[in-house]
Design a protein. Structure first.
Lengths: 1116, 415
């Protein structure tokens, strides 16, 4: 640094520049590789590491790939300096995906940091861990997020919410439900900061899981104003979608205004229209209220998906069948809608334009008609922010204004154009002005337009002229003023138009002529004089496109009124005279026009005109342009009869010419019908969306959900549950010792949450909503794991006592008969179940692929004889073809390669030489398999990884087929028998990071209990669960805890414990299944795993949750 | 959500890229963007939302630096734009401006800031006062310190203290020996005078800017004498909506340091302090132009730094302009600026001269728009008056200061 200073301070200016840059990282950016970076990274000084990392970042900023430094950088993750740590994290996030193996080295440090007392360190670690996007660590990251979601620090919880979309992005199907569960927990957080981040996670993970919103809807609405602005944007959208899905659209709203009219008759419409135009002077006219068709089209667009848009057939169709009255709601009766409108309306004052627009969108869609106008002023105020947001806001306002021009009509002055506006903004403002113009405001608007026409930006001037045309079209009273102005402009421009040096000049002229044409089109007869003036100005107008339009008008209006027909000869003569010097565009129009004129010519001019036409055709036939020549020939042929005869009336005499005249009639004689573009194919997108700006559905764009598509059935269940819980609580008072596990857990959480909410200002208000009556309470119980270890132990002991003791000392109400029944069951039924366990069978080879050979496999619970790492797999070969199959064998793919290279050695031998522990203990070869014969063989397999399938080669009939043997996680463990005391002791040693749980549902027992009515319900549930677990995995059943409940129906509290050891590492793995719910209904079960090997444990947890849910095969 | 942010210099060089999600965006998109903006000119360059073949691009341009963000999926475009604006604000506050050199010299700070401000494409912390707490802005002391010791971390290793509280914009319990709070009314006058000399539109856009240096947890109430004149308003997140809704009083717990409390608009003003009377006559290829500037209605305070700028039309080949007061400069892009300063007592400033049109053109048919600039200290032209500023608990040695100023915003006078 000093060297550099000395060498560059030769001149004063240079020196001052250096002084200015001293202490910045300028030299690092300018020349990041002027020193060797690698040794700096290994330096023992933090400052040198820091510099090296800065150099790397400079290289990243400049777009070079510096991933080769990854190993050295990763080491520094252990640094204590926050700056080094931050820089390392920045680097890691950039390259982790590229270097997964090295990135894994950092995981341990993250794990350590996650336990750091400093919340900032925890948050950073979580953020980086979730951000490095490796599938391998996803389960760990998810577990960490789960932990952090319950962190006492708000900051960390917020980062947990932010981490969820990252994990979701990895597309982990097996974790999807766990992630959604966490979103639910975080949405229920009492801190606005966390809720905002959770809303963002919700929108990107499960935007249609309205159940999560339904539980907290009211709370979310209340917390909305306190959520930080970015979260607000997404939360507003989420709440709107929820309300639409739950209750449908509002009957009084603008969106359904048409619907209201249908049912209540026409008088309503007048009333509504008057409401809207209440604060304006009486203008009258249809354009003032709102375009009913367009509004209903807009509302339909908001809801329909792309398929419906494509299948939209006709305009009238869609309008009439817009909405079903069932799918609507009324604001007067619906609390939810009312709350939503209430909580979003102050947000119209937000400092963040995106929030304002989102809030305005809600009001626009849901608010009653007469209240929609309150969005107008805030929206218009947004136009005073940055030019970029001005553009986006204008895009959205335009749609609103198209549907209800009267909303914005009083504020037309806002859309007056500033010289500093960007061109696009100017164009939108012009469109707005022409949309909202009313008879009272049009005069000032036109005066503005006059100014704009003189603007140096000629493209803008041309747009203004087009806007004048639009205004004149909309307001029938003003065309005369407009026309005068436009004609004056044409006259003036035709002089300036001489002068081609300024481009864009021509555009104004062409646009002026076009605007005149659109005005005339409405009532040509009235504007005859204008037409004559235009025709007269033909000589002075030099711009080809403008000439072409005027010449076209000559043809179209040639028989209009009295004066024009008399001028025709002169005009056509003039056209013929100028034909040679015209552009080909104009030439084509001259040809058309002369033909049209000839067709409708009067008798006295006919000869003259005919000569002119023939002259023009002669010129046209030898024109340079192909188009002109072709057109000439075509017209000549078509008009041959006209040209041949001498009187205009003679043409129809010759019968053979009849068709030609008919064609001529058809081509030229048709009346001009004003063209109005149909709004049918317009598509509107939700206000504030990206799609509305780019005008196509951007990927990920979702319309509003179908009205009332979400049925909220939770309410009844919840109240049931609440009642139950209350009853249970009553009982608890009388007998403390036998309180149910479930209640224990929830009360625990309650106390915790009230501690956490200390920091919130109106915490008292919020904790109330966290109380017992909160409909969200059942969700909280997922957080069972937050119960501290010693409490857990205590509780388990309690339950254990109960279970072991045939006559529980404290039980005064518990039926002892039940208890004794249960305990005896536990003893006898295990052996019983063993025989009923049917391990699941998987398919290795389809008969379709294997020319009739069907191969399936089942994992066996037997322990391998070869080594503890092997799993026994029973393979079932079945011949379903008509021919016998010979020499069937299964071999390891890798060993095949070895065998190929080293001649014809035995497979077993090759394997042995390849590795000390063979991956596959081969089976006995089946020499011949007769048709419809099946054979079982046993193989023993050692899987390399608990998730990766093993590649095998199947030999039969001399063919080789590659097959994949997929490991079943449930059989990569072995039963490990332990007593309940041992189990609890082990469990208490594995808290925190090593404990993870998941919830799922279980319904096997429902069918089962129906069949065997006589049996005890608890018994059958236990049996069902055990059967299911043992059919799918290789575990040891340790104990069954029975619920001490007040009713025989309630299975809540039933708990099963299984123990096992992981095959490869001999690490114990404990599984606890806790049941909740009624015996006869679908049960909610919580599966908890305690294991040191986090990855394996989490994967197994997911596997268990999956097979518990899937319908049982053994039941059938 | 946003996938990547690029900072592009005014010469098209990508100075910095920050990937936000795992879906990397190649920087070739910038090349595409730059090619397009060169070939399509200004109207493309100013388009804030662009659908490129591969990504949706959001851009804002600030002091020649283009901030470009990419997304591939639906997201609220205003959110992206608003966020980029905040980034630009924060960067220029930290770096003391925004230009190519400053960004390059402080790229580490830019990275650190971006890292705090956005995570996985979703905005995280954008409140400047909290950012200041997490990442120390560079100042002379820290710069010198880093030269001398070679080691100065600007990353804080403790949590921003406000992050967990219910007022996340305020650090808990800052300590000041003297408690000071300043309220500034900063107003901008937007006006349009049309070619007939008629005042078409005249309104005030104002901001209430505060600088609060108060210890502890102050709860402030600010009330206006005439809140009814306010047409539209927007508030800082700290302002509570209820008191404003019920009796139009601003009640809030302020962030620490400088911030914008609210912005408002007052419409339909009848008068401007300064008049501009342009006249132009053209004949036979030359135009005579004269512009008079004077005080229309004396606001009672001196009107300072009056400037008038306009763009000469393309068809003007040369211009000869002089003034009896102030200086006139004409840049090569035909931008003409007349710096007047204060209006002298004895004479009316007048700009006069001739414009020569391109050969062949008889008369001028397009006319420039004059942009007026001025500044008046000590007065809010909207007439908005602050009634009082109350503190719930009055700290020792409290000093309250009020100021006002008005300057020209979008003040267009059409010729």
């Amino acid at each position: 640094m000093f060297n550099k200073f000395g060498s560059t301070s030769e001149t004063l200016s240079k020196a001052s520049a250096v002084v200015h840059r001293i202490g910045t990282d300028a030299h690092l950016y300018d020349d990041p590789e002027d020193v060797n970076i690698a040794p700096l990274l290994d330096s023992k000084f933090e400052s040198e590491k820091c510099e090296a990392l800065k150099r790397l970042l400079a290289l990243i900023a400049q777009g070079s790939d510096v991933s080769n430094f990854f190993p050295q950088v990763v080491k520094n993750v252990a640094s204590q300096s926050s700056e080094v740590k931050k820089l390392v994290y920045l680097y890691l996030l950039q390259y982790a995906e590229k270097r997964p193996n090295e990135a894994l080295l950092s995981i341990n440090y993250f794990q350590k940091d996650l336990g750091d007392p400093n919340p900032l360190v925890r948050a950073w670690a979580l953020r980086t861990m979730a951000g490095i996007r490796l599938h391998v660590i996803a389960p760990i990251a998810l577990a960490a997020v789960g932990k952090c979601a319950r962190d006492p620090a708000v900051y960390v919880r917020k980062y947990a919410a932010n981490a969820l979309p990252k994990l979701h992005d990895l597309r982990l199907e097996e974790h999807a439900s766990a992630i959604e569960e966490l979103v639910g927990i975080l949405l229920n957080d009492h801190s606005p900061g966390v809720v905002g981040a959770a809303a963002a996670a919700f929108t990107s993970i499960c935007p249609n899981n309205f159940k999560l919103i339904g539980k907290n809807y009211k709370k979310l609405c209340q917390i909305l104003p306190d959520v930080e602005e970015w979260g607000q944007i997404l939360l507003i959208g989420t709440l709107l979608r929820y309300v639409v899905a739950r209750h449908g659209l509002v009957r009084e709203s603008l969106m359904l205004s048409l619907h209201g009219m249908d049912s209540n008759g026409l008088c309503e419409k007048d009333g509504l229209g008057r409401d809207l135009t209440l604060d304006k002077e009486e203008d009258g006219g249809k354009s003032d209220s709102f375009d009913v068709n367009l509004v209903s089209l807009v509302s339909k667009c908001y809801i329909e998906g792309p398929d419906e848009y494509l299948s939209r057939s006709s305009y009238t169709d869609t309008v009439s069948s817009a909405f079903d009255s069932k799918e609507t709601t009324s604001i007067a009766h619906n609390e939810d809608v009312k709350i939503l409108l209430q909580c979003t309306s102050p947000l119209l004052w937000s400092n963040n334009s995106a929030v304002v627009l989102a809030a305005a969108g809600v009001q626009w869609i849901m608010a009653p008609l007469e209240e929609v106008k309150k969005i107008v002023k805030p929206l218009l105020f947004l136009l005073r922010s940055s030019s970029a947001s001005k553009y986006v806001v204008l895009c959205n306002i335009l749609v609103f204004a198209k549907a209800v021009p009267s909303l914005f009509a009083p504020h037309f002055e806002t859309f007056f154009i500033c010289s500093s506006d960007a061109y696009q903004v100017k164009a939108y403002k012009l469109e707005m002005l022409s949309l909202v113009a009313t008879t009272s405001s049009i005069s000032s608007i036109l005066r503005e337009f006059e100014d704009y026409v003189k603007d140096p930006d000629r493209r803008f001037a041309a747009d203004t002229v087009a806007a004048i045309g639009l205004c004149a079209k909309r307001l029938p009273t003003i065309p005369t003023t407009c026309l005068d102005g436009l004609l004056a402009l044409v006259r003036q421009e035709s002089f300036a138009g001489d002068f081609e040096s300024v481009d864009g000049e021509a555009g104004v002229l062409v646009q002026a002529v076009m605007s005149i044409q659109t005005i005339i089109e409405r009532d040509p007869l009235r504007h005859e004089k204008v037409l004559i003036q235009l025709f007269r100005s033909l000589d002075s107008i030099k711009v080809a496109a403008a000439r072409a339009i005027i010449i076209w008008m000559v043809g179209v209006y040639c028989s209009l009124g009295h004066i024009i027909p008399k001028m025709l000869t002169t005009i056509t003569k003039y056209l013929a005279w100028s034909f040679k010097s015209e552009a080909s565009e104009t030439k084509l129009q001259i040809l058309n026009t002369t033909a049209k004129v000839l067709k409708s010519a009067e008798a006295d001019d006919f000869q003259m005109l005919k000569r002119v036409v023939i002259y023009v055709f002669e010129l046209g036939e030898c024109d340079l342009s192909y188009d002109v020549r072709d057109r000439t020939r075509f017209l000549k042929k078509l008009l041959s009869s006209k040209l041949a005869c001498h009187k205009p009336a003679e043409d129809s005499v010759a019968s053979q010419e009849h068709i030609a005249t008919h064609v001529v009639e058809h081509v030229f004689g048709r009346k001009l019908t004003p063209f109005s573009p149909l709004a049918l194919h317009n598509r509107f997108y939700l206000p504030g969306s990206l799609s509305q700006i780019v005008l196509h559905a951007a990927p990920g764009y979702e319309p509003l959900p179908k009205p009332c598509s979400f049925v909220f059935e939770e309410q009844d269940q919840l109240s049931d549950l609440d009642r139950q819980r209350e009853a249970a609580a009553d009982l608890d008072d009388s007998r403390e010792s036998s309180e149910t596990v479930d209640d224990d857990g929830s009360s625990d959480y309650d106390s915790e949450s009230s501690i956490g909410s200390d920091c919130s200002s109106d915490g008292d208000e919020r904790t109330v909503s966290n109380g017992v009556n909160d409909p969200a309470a059942p969700l909280i119980q997922i957080s069972e794991t937050s119960v501290s270890a010693d409490q857990e132990e205590l509780r388990s002991k309690k339950a254990l006592d109960l279970w072991l003791d045939d006559q529980p000392s404290t039980s005064n109400q518990t039926p002892s008969a039940l208890n004794s029944n249960q305990s005896s069951y536990a003893k006898i039924s295990i052996g019983d179940i063993g025989s009923r366990v049917k391990p699941k069978s998987y398919s290795l080879l389809d008969p379709g692929n294997g020319s009739g050979l069907k191969v399936g496999y089942t994992f066996l619970s037997e322990v391998s004889t070869v080594s503890p790492l092997h799993v026994c797999v029973e393979v079932l070969f079945e011949n379903s073809s008509a021919e016998p199959i010979l020499e069937v064998n299964l071999e390891d793919e890798e060993s095949m390669k070895v065998a190929d290279s080293s001649e014809q050695t035995l497979v077993g031998k090759a394997n042995a030489s390849y590795n000390n522990v063979p991956t596959l203990i081969p089976m006995e070869e089946i020499s011949c398999l007769e048709p419809r014969q099946s054979a079982k063989r046993l193989i023993q397999v050692r899987f390399h990884h608990h998730l990766l399938p093993m590649r095998l080669t199947l030999h039969y009939n001399g063919k080789e087929v590659p097959v994949k043997l997929r490991p079943d996680l449930g059989y990569l463990v072995k039963p490990f028998s332990m007593s309940i005391e041992e189990f609890l002791a082990t469990e208490s040693r594995l808290p925190g990071m090593f404990e993870y749980s998941r919830r799922c549902t279980f319904d096997d027992h429902v069918k089962d209990s129906r069949m065997e009515n006589g049996k005890d319900k608890f018994l059958s549930i236990c049996e069902c669960i055990t059967l299911k677990v043992l059919s799918n995995s290789n575990l040891h059943l340790v104990s069954v805890d029975l619920p001490v409940a007040n009713s025989l129906e309630d299975a809540t509290g039933l708990r099963l414990r299984f123990s096992s050891k992981i095959l490869s590492s001999e690490i114990p793995l404990l599984i606890t299944i806790t049941v909740e719910g009624k015996c006869t209904e679908v049960l909610n079960i919580t599966v908890k795993i305690n294991c040191e090997e986090t990855v394996f444990g989490l994967n197994l947890l997911n596997r268990i949750a999956n097979f518990m849910v899937e319908p049982s095969s053994s039941a059938s | 959500m946003l996938q990547c942010i690029f900072l592009i210099s005014d010469s098209g060089e990508v100075m910095l890229e920050k990937q936000l999600t795992g879906h990397r965006v190649d920087r070739s998109i910038c090349a595409w963007f730059w090619d397009q903006s060169i070939s399509q000119g200004d109207s493309f360059k100013l388009l804030p939302v662009i659908a490129s073949p591969t990504h949706y691009l959001f851009q804002i341009v600030r002091d020649g630096i283009t901030l470009l963000a990419c997304s591939q999926v639906e997201m609220p475009p205003l959110m992206a734009i608003e966020f980029l604006c905040r980034v630009a604000d924060v960067l220029s506050e930290y770096l003391g401006g925004l230009n190519e050199d400053l960004v390059k010299d402080n790229f580490i700070i830019v990275y650190e800031l971006l890292d705090e401000m956005i995570d996985n494409g979703f905005p995280l912390t954008t409140e400047p006062s909290i950012l200041r707490e997490m990442i120390a802005p560079p100042n002379l002391v820290s710069k010198m310190l880093s030269v001398v010791t070679g080691n100065a971390s600007n990353v804080s290793d403790t949590l921003p203290s406000g992050a967990g509280s219910c007022v996340p914009w305020r650090p808990t319990d800052p300590k000041y020996s003297s408690n000071e709070v300043y309220v500034d009314l900063v107003e901008e006058m937007d006006a349009i005078v049309n070619r007939d000399g008629e005042l078409v539109k005249c309104e005030i856009y104002g901001e209430v800017q505060m600088n609060s240096q108060l210890s502890g947890f102050p709860d402030l109430t600010l009330s206006f004498a005439n809140p009814s004149i306010l047409e539209d308003m927007r508030f800082h997140p700290c302002v509570r909506f209820r008191p404003w809704e019920s009796h139009q009083v601003l009640s809030f717990v302020p962030p620490d340091g400088e911030f914008k409390l609210m912005s408002y608009r007052v419409k339909k003003l009848k008068n401007t302090p300064v008049y501009v009377k342009p006249q132009i006559t053209s004949d036979a290829g030359t135009c005579r132009i004269s512009v008079l500037v004077g005080i229309r209605s004396d606001p009672g305070k001196t009107i300072e730094s009056i400037t008038l700028s306009f763009q000469l039309p393309h068809c003007v080949s040369s211009a000869d302009l002089s003034s009896n007061h102030g200086t006139v400069t004409i840049l090569s892009n035909k931008t003409c600026t007349w710096t007047i300063g204060r209006i002298p007592k004895d004479k009316t400033p007048c700009l006069s001269g001739t414009l020569t049109l391109e050969t062949g053109l008889e008369r001028l048919h397009v006319f420039p728009t004059f942009k007026l600039g001025f500044k008046i200290m000590g007065i809010a032209l909207s007439g908005l008056r602050i009634e009082k500023l109350d503190l719930q608990t009055i700290p020792p040695r409290l000093y309250k200061g009020f100021r006002a100023q008005t300057r020209a915003g979008e003040f267009d006078v059409r010729l």
